[in-house]
Design a protein around this ligand. Structure first.
Ligand code: FAD
Length: 316
């Protein structure tokens, strides 16, 4: 499919939709504050007996008024905490890298976000204007291409490869300069089935890392905070509350993991089998974009069943 036939040329989000931006470090702090404020726990600061076990800042010890003692670990995708505690980690290898860089001197419209898939190549390009002449740019590409975009010296490769997805990017990037590091990440998923054990709760990427192409990681992390807070607020038995959090986490993570796989097949998989699925599905989606389930924007409580799948793939 050429770029001129792209399925969804432009989408205007309504007022209820939120774009996801994130400040990682601040978020870690806020999450703890949310849990604390609503569950009415007493927070005793960083547990000075813990640093040998948990690095400062990523795992905090909470003490309830009833004597429970308990840790929340939020140390991200390479979580050391989950290794130390011995959580079993499941992994699914996804065949893509996602490279990202902050750019300036991009000659692109400043009122448009570009999020464009080229499934024939298994590539995706994203360009997001941030204001003040800054643009966040991403390029998602198959691991089989033979390069790994890392470091400033590879910026030219980033800007010359991205237009394969959408040729106007060549002009937009002609004079682009990086104002942040160029780095790429493995887009694979990894997760812990039950992210609570022995007084330790995992939240955010420490509990599960999802394919960053679809930008759901922060939403999942925030939902973790809310779910954990709600369960803690209900029950003075923290182990039971944490276990209920972990049960719910498994369900909503599974929902996203399933939808993510469908989206990857439809929009990123260059195999002949996926191309055949697209040939059937895309004309129907073009007529009615609601065939693509909207869990990305509307949340993981939307229905997920065989009917949703079949409708997306144009089987009826
Ligand atoms: C390229 C890319 C693009 C993404 N785009 C989006 C998007 O658009 N929308 C979205 O929702 N999500 C996106 N994500 C995912 C999102 O970044 C994560 O899901 C989210 O940051 C998870 O938050 P967290 O607090 O669990 O982990 P993190 O944000 O990774 O925070 C963990 C923190 O722990 C610290 N830490 C780790 N180990 C130690 C240690 N040993 N000692 C001290 N500190 C430590 C880290 O420095 C970090 O500050 C993207 C991810 C990638 C890789």
């Amino acid at each position: 499919m050429g770029y001129e036939n792209a399925l969804v040329p432009r989408r205007h989000l309504n007022g209820g939709s939120s774009l996801k931006s994130f400040k990682h470090r601040l978020f870690c702090i806020h999450r703890h504050l949310v849990i604390l404020s609503v569950a009415n726990l007493s927070f005793e600061g960083i547990n000075t007996s813990a640093p040998k076990i948990f690095p400062v800042f990523i795992a905090k010890t909470f003490h309830s008024t009833r004597g429970n003692k308990w840790k929340v670990a939020a140390d991200g995708r390479g979580s050391v905490a989950r290794k130390w505690i011995g959580f079993a980690v499941q992994e699914q290898s996804n065949p893509f890298y996602m490279a990202g860089v902050l750019l300036t001197d991009v000659k692109a419209p400043t009122d448009t976000i570009y999020f464009i898939f080229n499934p024939d190549l298994g590539m995706c390009a994203v360009l997001i204007p941030l204001g003040n002449c800054r643009f966040r740019a991403y390029f998602i590409y198959p691991k089989t291409v033979g390069y790994r975009l890392q470091g400033d010296s590879m910026l030219r490769l980033f800007t010359s490869e991205s237009p394969k997805v959408y040729p106007p990017l060549a002009e937009y990037y002609a004079e682009a300069k990086s104002i942040g590091p160029l780095a790429s990440f493995d887009a694979s998923d990894s997760w812990v089935e039950h992210p609570y054990r022995d007084g330790v709760v995992l939240v955010g990427d420490a509990a599960a890392t999802t394919d960053p192409t679809f930008g759901q990681g922060l939403s999942l992390a925030l939902r973790d905070a809310r779910t954990l807070r709600d369960e803690l607020s209900k029950d003075s038995d923290w182990a039971a509350a944490a276990s209920r959090y972990a049960d719910q986490r498994r369900v909503y993570f599974r929902t996203w993991h399933t939808v993510e796989a469908w989206l990857r097949t439809l929009f990123q998989d260059p195999s002949p089998e996926a191309a055949a699925l697209r040939a059937k599905a895309m004309p129907l989606i073009a007529q009615d974009p609601t065939r693509v389930p909207d869990h990305i924007h509307s949340g993981l409580d939307l229905p997920l069943n065989e009917q949703v799948r079949a409708r997306m793939f144009g089987e009826y």
